[in-house]
Design a protein around this ligand. Sequence first.
Ligand code: SAH
Ligand code: SF4
Ligand code: F3S
Length: 472
Amino acid sequence: MQLPDMKEARHRTKTEVLVKNDYVLTEEEKVLGVGKTYFVKTYGCQMNEHDSENIRAILEQMGYKPSTDIEDADLVILNTCAIRENAHNKVFGLLGRIKHARQSKNVMVGFCGCMAQEEVVVDAIMHKYKWIDFVFGTHNIQSLPSILEKATKTNTQQIEVLSCEGEIQENIPVKRDNKYKAWVNIMYGCDKFCTYCIVPYTRGKQRSRLPKDIVCEVESLVKDGYKEVTLLGQNVNAYGKDLNIDYTMANLLEDVAKTGIERVRFVTSHPWDFNDEMIDIIAKYDNIMPYIHLPLQSGSSKILKLMGRRYTKEQYLELVNNLKTKIPNCSLTTDIIVGFPGETQEDFEETLEVVNVCKYDSAFTFIFSPREGTPAAKMEDNISLEEKENRLYELNELINKYSKENNDKYLNKIVPVLLEDYSSKNSSLKGYTDTMKLVNVKADSSYLGKIVNVKITSVKTWSMDGEIVELQ
Ligand code: SAH
Ligand code: SF4
Ligand code: F3S
């Protein structure tokens, strides 16, 4: 049994990352799930969504069939997120419900994802949640078949979680959720260590995939008819810095664009590593989408310093100005934390000021949540919850105002939309513009998977309606 270790995670070394291609199932593992069903419940970010696509593919190779209902499944796996306290609470809430349901049905329960990398959580699972059958971490998804087999055979709790150094396993299978859009990991982990953030501990050190492996994956997606890829990493602009080759995110974006895939997106950008070369490449290629998610976190340089973000308010604003000048019609979204320890009313007003300048298309906004083991959790926090909630409310009002104003500009315009699914509205499909605006379009299913020109007929804060004007 191996346990995660936060202290060890801090002493990160520059060891070579091992790229492996040796994932393979034994004959026994291939039939372990025959006649049984599974349900994977995913929390958290796109990384976790994509990891669940791997987990589902592995389970189906083992003979398991998907269940549409968590209550009916023979195997339930929770892929968890540790980013804020409420993410934890949601998972523990569901565990309570599963425990209850287990009393009437024999169901196997697995626990993985970022919470599985936290010592306190693993400790709780070993002592308070002994009925959880197995735990694996973010670095060893490829071990799922063997862990599951051991748990099944021995009927004892199996915990296998590795600490941060990790490897890159290239040949894990994937069962993608969407037929037209695909997530493509370009790197794992994060070395930024923002003082509030748990991700560098739960996901380990930054490891970039080799350019050839990424380009090869995108090429095969093009062959399979995919229209869009989103390159995934915790801070994609730092791509390649850990590889000893002269190759950056700008080079990668260019090579991915050259595969001919119709749409390229990437998340998440850290302002610190966003250089002019990258901006020029985004501006140069029509198939790199004019949409940037650029987390601000705070508009106060004092708070940014405490957060360990390594840029000032002025540097952030200069970058946004550069982006908006060089990439016409670029949409811009962000993440903001309010109530970070030491944030005064003046600091908060600086955040509002930056929002007023950047006029974001949308934003994810959060109240600071102390995460055990991170430096910010030990900082003195003298802001009341009420004050934090007031700040969040005021910030959201402002964000919504700009979302609506930005969307209003689309009224009567003709924009390209990739129709990807049925909409909850009657007889409509839904899809996203190049700038990542959600549009409901009156169209029949023959348009699914197509990029069409849509005239926007009505606009709301979070979505729009439109009609097809002509096929591209
Ligand atoms: N890698 C991305 C963000 C990953 S986490 C980046 O650097 O931008 C997504 C968002 O969650 C962060 O941008 C931040 O706004 C928020 N977040 C992270 N830790 C948090 C915490 N302890 N409390 C509140 N929000 C947090
Ligand atoms: Fe967390 Fe900062 Fe890394 Fe983003 S860049 S994942 S906020 S440590
Ligand atoms: Fe959550 Fe882990 Fe993503 S903590 S936000 S699932 S990297």
